[in-house]
Design a protein around this ligand. Structure first.
Ligand code: MN
Length: 292
């Protein structure tokens, strides 16, 4: 297998707020080399780098809004995220947990800091990744997969290097519990200082990593500090990550869908007509009802 080289290292953009509770650096699609076609099948990546929120009696977050045509994957490193939706579903995503929400034909939901956590405040550190759905699944029924840390598949690395938490796809033959609609590998790589891990993904998959904690070297030559994203070239399969200090890395690799993309705000479909239909369905109440 050939080495997969680093195509570029993206620095975090100036943060902006989503609602009043998510202070995010957007990487996908606003970075010029990470638009929805370049990053296919990943269509959005918002990164709330570690940030202290002071105590608040009213939980901060983002109010009722719709989604259609894709999946939202929320990965909580610090803090707690509470959500509720128009199907009556809801819950809390705890530290270390992942929520994989398939919006598909449509949900209305809201996302907030968990009420009790909000009262004490604290460090909040969260990723939200949107995974596009193949055209034939965009109007399938919505669903949730709650992936709790305690049941997450983990691969312990040799030489006390650390471990890999497999959320979706496989690492060293261990399969993550999330089911996906197209081939996706998603994992947290937790390395001790000096720890190394090797990865192989198909050459033509879109492969990227985000340094959540610590700083790392990739392929022994590229230094990548905290909060930076690496996009890999489609020139080979294998690469190595080495932790210069204790590090957490979110690693994603997905087969491009190679379908047309029509996107408008919370709707990502294949044609402009489907976007118009999404607005019309939303306005006529077909996404259901949810109180603010
Ligand atoms: Mn949302």
């Amino acid at each position: 297998m050939k080495i997969k080289n680093v195509e570029m290292v993206a620095t975090p953009s100036t943060p902006h707020y989503v609602g009043d509770g998510f202070r995010v650096h957007n990487f996908i699609p606003s970075h010029p080399r990470l638009d929805m076609y370049h990053a296919d099948p990943f269509i959005m990546l918002d990164y709330n780098s570690k940030f202290y929120f002071p105590p608040s009696e009213n939980p901060k977050g983002v109010g009722v809004h719709p989604h259609r045509g894709f999946e939202t994957v929320t990965i909580v490193y610090k803090g707690k995220v509470e959500h509720a939706d128009s199907s009556g579903a809801g819950g809390v995503i705890q530290e270390g947990d992942v929520q994989w929400m398939t919006a598909a034909r449509g949900v209305l939901h809201k996302e907030y800091h968990e009420t009790e956590w909000s009262k004490t405040g604290g460090e909040f550190h969260v990723v939200q990744l949107w995974v596009n759905l193949p055209a034939k699944y965009k109007m399938s029924p919505p669903k949730y997969q709650a992936i709790e840390n305690k049941t997450m598949q983990k691969v312990i690395l040799d030489n006390n290097a650390g471990m890999v938490e497999v959320i979706a796809g496989t690492y060293k033959g261990v399969e993550g519990s999330a089911s996906t609609f197209s081939p996706i590998h998603l994992m947290n790589v937790k390395l001790n200082a000096g720890g190394k891990a090797n990865f192989d993904f198909p050459k033509d998959y879109t492969t990227a990593l985000l340094v959540i904690e610590g700083d790392i070297s990739v392929n022994q030559n590229e230094q990548v500090p905290t909060d930076h994203l690496v996009l890999f070239a489609k020139d080979g399969e294998s690469f190595q990550i080495e932790a210069n200090e204790n590090a957490i890395v979110l690693l994603m690799s997905g087969e491009p869908l190679r379908e047309p993309i029509a996107a408008h705000g919370p709707f990502v479909m294949n044609t402009r007509e489907e976007i118009a239909q999404a607005f019309s369905d939303y306005q006529s109440g077909k996404f259901g009802v949810l109180e603010e």
